[in-house]
Ligand binder design. Structure first.
Ligand code: SF4
Length: 112
C-alpha cells in the first residue's frame, strides 16, 4: 500500500514551519563557532589603564607602570594567562571576552 504525498501549498508551509527553527539553530551554532573574539589593542581604555601592549618589546620603559618591566616578560609567561600554551592569542581575566597576544605585556604581569 503506497502512501501518496501531495505537494500542496499547505504541505510546503507545514514542512517549512517545522524545519525553519532547526535551520536557524544549526546556522546560529555554526556562526558562533566561526566568530573570532576581538583582540585587545593598546588604545583600549582598560589596556591603557594597565599599560597593556600587544608586543612586550614596545612597552615604554619610561612609563611609571613599566618600572619593573623586562622584555622577556610576556603574557605567555604570566600567571594570569589562560588557554592553550603555544597559541598566539590567549585569554586573560583582565580582558574578559577578548583575546590578548601571547607576546604582550601589561603592568599586572606576574611570573607563572
Ligand atoms: S595580566 Fe598577564 S596575561 Fe593578562 S594581559 Fe597582563 S601580562 Fe598579559
Amino acid at each position: 500500500m503506497a502512501i501518496k504525498t501531495r505537494l500542496t501549498r499547505r504541505n510546503v508551509l507545514k514542512a517549512t514551519t517545522l524545519l525553519m527553527p532547526a535551520a536557524f539553530a544549526i546556522s546560529g551554532c555554526a556562526t558562533m563557532q566561526r566568530e573570532p573574539k576581538p583582540t585587545v589593542r593598546s588604545d583600549d581604555p582598560v589596556a591603557r589603564a594597565v599599560l597593556y601592549y600587544p608586543n612586550s618589546n614596545n612597552v615604554p620603559t619610561n612609563h611609571p607602570l613599566a618600572a619593573t618591566h623586562q622584555p622577556s616578560q610576556t603574557c605567555a609567561t604570566c600567571v594570569h594567562v589562560r588557554g592553550k600554551a603555544g597559541d598566539y592569542l590567549r585569554k586573560c581575566p583582565t580582558f574578559p571576552g577578548r583575546l590578548i597576544n601571547a607576546e604582550g605585556w601589561c603592568s599586572l604581569w606576574a611570573k607563572s
